[in-house]
Design a binder for this molecule. Structure first.
Ligand code: TYM
Length: 315
């Protein structure tokens, strides 16, 4: 049985990009695979974060996992920091990834670009080491992620090759990333040439946005010259992004989506996209609210975490 592992950082508000690129698909593996999905709270510390915000975000993320259809009877859902082996393995693996390759990571370059050198934490630089530890700790075969995380899975593969050639084939399991054909990179609604990310309120749809807000954001999404609803990333990045959002939520190909909108004006097309996003997020939000209100799994896992912490305090 294949082992599937992925995680999301509990920083900022989750976006439609996180949902389409990753979250929505985790449940697809739980009937046929051995699924491990976690809250990457140690990774959340790589940029400054208020402890209370981290606590709330982590609880929210657990509720999002459940609301997405992940079933705790089938999948193992956990907090990264509650399993000390992530940090232990990180300490070992940091000897096998090198400064040069880490400094070439796109995410590191983007995140540190506007920071003063003496304010860039070592954890941000060594981010992929901890991510590699997350993956190899569970002998994961498949790592479902959005496009921006491919490079981190690739460097994990380099590390596995390095360790296996030094200590013998099969020492570590070689993971593969899995990205979706449609929707691996959702772009900002205000600038469709940049990725939708947790820190871009204008261009983001947040998973907990109210329905009228979602509609307004989609109706005012930046579109392109012309009037044909066609997928053309170069010349029509805005329309292409909306087509991608539509196709991925409807689980159809881009070509099929294009066919559905032949003869549509941009405004009418956007209305259908808005209805589709709302049709997906409204029930998702209802499930999320029920889960938060009942507290069932969340309280149990927090009790477990604090038990673990007090256990560690004693040791
Ligand atoms: P994070 O929290 O930044 O993002 C969570 C997931 O969402 C995907 N994603 C997107 N997909 C499509 N379009 C977008 N605009 C978009 N923005 C984000 C990301 O690719 C990701 O899959 N490093 C990871 C967390 C992590 C992890 C791991 C993942 C830690 N350890 C081990 C897999 C395996 C991260 O920060 O994701």
């Amino acid at each position: 049985m294949a082992r599937i592992l992925s995680g999301i950082k509990p920083t900022g508000k989750l976006t439609l990009g996180n949902y389409i690129g990753a979250l929505k698909h985790f449940k697809d593996f739980q009937d046929s695979g051995d699924v491990y999905i976690f809250i990457a709270d140690l990774h959340a510390l790589t940029l400054p974060i208020d402890p209370e915000v981290l606590r709330i975000n982590s609880r929210d993320l657990a509720a999002f996992y459940l609301a997405s259809g992940l079933d705790p009877q089938k999948a193992t859902i956990f907090t990264q920091s509650s399993v000390p082996e992530h940090a232990e393995l990180n300490a070992i693996l940091q000897n096998y990834l090198y400064m040069g390759e880490l400094s070439r990571m796109t995410q590191f370059k983007e995140k540190s670009m506007h920071m003063k050198e003496n304010a860039i934490g070592l954890g941000l630089f060594a981010y992929p080491v901890l991510m590699a530890a997350d993956i190899v700790l569970y002998d994961a075969d498949i790592v479902p992620v959005g496009e921006d995380q491919i490079q981190h899975v690739e460097i994990t593969r380099d590390l596995v090759h390095r360790i296996n050639s030094r200590y013998g084939e099969g020492t570590l399991v070689l993971p593969n990333y899995k990205i979706n054909k449609v929707g691996a990179r959702i772009m900002s609604l205000s600038d469709p040439n940049v990725k939708m990310s947790k820190s871009d309120p204008k261009g983001d749809i947040f998973l907990l946005d109210e329905m009228p807000v979602i509609r307004k954001k989609i109706m005012s999404a930046v579109t392109d010259m012309g009037n044909e609803v066609k997928y053309d990333k170069e010349n029509k990045p805005g329309i292409s992004n909306l087509l991608t959002i539509y196709a991925s939520l409807r689980e159809i190909s881009i070509e099929e989506a294009e066919k559905q909108f032949v003869g549509y004006r941009y405004g009418d097309f956007k209305k259908v996209v808005a209805d589709t996003v709302i049709g997906e997020l409204e029930p998702f939000q209802n499930r999320y609210r029920e889960i938060i209100a009942s507290g069932e799994y969340l309280d149990r896992s927090e009790e477990h975490t604090s038990e673990l912490q007090s256990h560690h305090d004693l040791v």
